[in-house]
Design a protein around this ligand. Sequence first.
Ligand code: ZN
Length: 389
Amino acid sequence: MLLIQNVEVLAPEPSGRCDLLLGGGRILRMEAGLRVPRRLARAIDGRNLVAVPGFVDGHVHLMGGGGEGGFATRTPELPFRSAVEGGVTTLVGCLGTDAVTRSLAGLLAKVRGLEEEGLSAYMFTGSYAVPAPTLTGSVESDLLLIDKVVGVGEVALSDHRSSQPSFEALAALAGEARRGGLLSGKAGLVNLHLGDGTRGLALLRALVEGTELPRRQFLPTHVNRNATLFEEATAYALGGGPVDLTTSTLPRFLEEGEVKSSQGLKRLLDAGVDPGLITFSSDGQGSLPDFDGAGRLRRIAIGQVSSLWSEVRDAVQQEGVPLGTALRVITENPARLLKLPGKGRLEPGADADVVLLDPKDLSVHTVIARGRVLMQARRVVARGVFEAP
Ligand code: ZN
């Protein structure tokens, strides 16, 4: 067992100073003045640290993505170490534009590999495309038959790379995800990639207004990619729909009008959006393609999982968002929307996914996933199978 002593806890809401006892991959006790015999638990002195839930990154190209500039621009798989350094203990993987040379079987294998290495991982079935590629013949049966599948996505809308799905095609896909989710006890979330197109959220609005599908069935992502889409997303969220901001970016994107996630969070909160409806995801290992006006690729970079925490930290340090509120967008909120049991909160019975922060600069000090210490005092102590010491 592992005992974190006398630590300030944000569960993510401020929960005072207490002791956290971890064992069997779970949080066993969380209370002040715990007495545990020395021989039974290894102790970590938490006096100068803050304990928060391990971060949940709900949109990561775990087995790589991209390829939009030709084969040489296919991005690499997520190294285990990148997640650990970013404090991310739970990941949801997705394919992207390319569902030919990348497969759902490969993604499922990567998900299982990350689990074997000590993290928690899930996946979306499907890809950018509609009809969605699947593992077992339908989105509904993937949800029912494959434990790791929690939804479908990222389905591309308002983008020159999308399948240009009709209202009917997208409604049918979302209906399958809803049924599969209900029958399997999972979220059945439809993760929607929003591109730069002028149609913006129009198709999503038509779906939630023109069908019986609830707003919480959908999570539109990349909604901070330009000012117009961000305004649309703010109105959509004020109407009760969850929205996801993408933290990976390039300085040039911000110059051209992308809304920095940290500032986007502050703006959504100031506009009166329910803080429980906002999530961040990194789009890690995805490509950051830079197209010119004619749709030609100019250059390509790779999204970083570590951007998830840096944007939350910037929201606190630069925008004045309270830490407990900011933390929700990468812990409790994605865990609830994605219906990931045991994730996103520090409480007895939850999974022992804990990040210890240094309150002076809000840097990630220690990372514990499923009860195992992966990073201690800023040093990564667990390695992926092929990672050199
Ligand atoms: Zn995307």
